[in-house]
Ligand binder design. Structure first.
Ligand SMILES: Nc1ncnc2c1ncn2[C@@H]1O[C@H](COP(=O)(O)OP(=O)(O)OP(=O)(O)O)[C@@H](O)[C@H]1O
Ligand SMILES: [Mg+2]
Length: 332
């Protein structure tokens, strides 16, 4: 959360954005780390949106925290005590997705020996989160439109529609407008879903969140309590994080698994972060520039890796003595 939690009328809320933090029993994050002005602004917006009944589209690159935002929206809505049902639209083939979402009647297809309710019904009174909505097949979008416009659904193999009371949240890392232009997404559904939109910024545009998130994830790791050495923290802060928060979470796991002492050192972090040091910075801003020793170390690691992990072979390729190679790798 924005680390400003206060208790009002037996409920914890954040003083900055007014949101109720994620409940610890929820899978994944127990609270939302949001130290950056960009994320705090997003959560303030989310707090206002949560109070409405309108559909909300959560947009943003992969791994930015779209599902976390969707959960926060539900938890801060009038539907908080009712179910939050999440479905990944991209994970199921079209026919299965239809019966999964809308349910099916008895004998609707081979193997449908009894009627089964779908996720719309499971979410009745609560929130249905349609993740990866951009992948929804066109024929199903027509059924979704009916649910959005009339609050009505029809089970596969049944003819009578019935009402459900579901608030729809959706998320996608895709450019939905472009999918509409390409004819892959219905324009009417598009406008219905994005009545309100929240765009989760990529991690590289909210660098203030990197270390607080990294420490938050590190604290969740099993084993002794650790922190990052200053060199490791610098490396985390500088990296571009194309996979956003999820990539950071994995990097922290990697670091925690390899760390031996009380601190996670740069060498414990994934090699990717090291390699990035070799790429010339896109902007010449001073904080994007790397010290020569760091670039050298990254290059040496890469050569060691290219030599099948053999330091002697790497030292030969680099034209330096083996102990020089060790020293250069060890320097903080
Ligand atoms: N602000 C945050 N505070 C704490 N944890 C976070 C935050 N943002 C994301 N996470 C964690 O990072 C991981 C990725 O988040 P999430 O699954 O919400 O991303 P996503 O945008 O839905 O990703 P994808 O596009 O791959 O579906 C999750 O484990 C989540 O708990
Ligand atoms: Mg997701």
């Amino acid at each position: 959360m924005c680390s400003n939690i206060e208790r009002v009328e037996h409920q914890e809320t954040c003083k900055v954005c007014g949101l109720v933090p994620l409940a610890p029993r929820l899978k994944g994050a127990t609270h939302v780390v949001a130290e950056s002005p960009a994320m705090q602004a997003l959560l303030r917006r989310a707090a206002r949106f949560a109070a409405t009944e309108a559909p909300i589209a959560v947009l943003g690159e992969t791994g930015t925290g779209k599902e976390v935002v969707a959960r926060i929206l539900h938890l801060n809505s009038a539907r908080a005590k009712r179910p939050f049902v999440a479905v990944n639209v991209a994970a199921l083939p079209a026919e299965l997705l239809e019966s999964e979402l809308f349910g099916h009647g008895k004998g609707a297809f081979t193997g449908a020996s009894s009627a089964r309710r779908g996720l719309f019904e499971a979410a009745d009174g609560g929130t249905l989160f349609l993740d990866e909505i951009g992948e929804m097949p066109l024929p199903l979008q027509a059924k979704l439109l009916r649910a959005l416009e009339q609050g009505e659904i029809r089970r596969v193999g049944e003819s009578t529609p019935f009402s459900v009371d579901v608030r729809i949240l959706s998320a996608t890392h895709r450019d939905l407008a472009a999918r509409v232009r390409e004819g892959l997404f219905r324009e009417d559904v598009y406008y219905r879903l994005k009545v309100l939109t929240l765009e989760v910024p990529p991690l590289r545009e909210r660098r203030e969140d990197i270390l607080p998130l990294a420490r938050h994830f590190l604290a969740d790791e099993p084993g002794p309590r650790r922190d990052f050495s200053s060199a490791a923290a610098a490396r985390l802060s500088r990296y571009a994080w194309p996979g956003n928060v999820r990539e950071l979470q994995n990097a922290v796991r990697h670091g925690a698994a390899l760390a031996v002492g009380p601190k996670v050192e740069p060498g414990d972090l994934p090699l990717e972060l090291d390699r990035a040091a070799l790429r010339p910075p896109r902007s010449a801003s001073p904080e994007a520039l790397r010290p020569l020793a760091e670039v050298e170390r990254a290059y040496i690691r890469q050569v060691v890796e290219a030599c099948g992990g053999s330091p002697s072979e790497a030292a030969r390729v680099l034209g330096i003595a083996r102990n020089t190679l060790w020293r250069k790798l060890q320097d903080p």
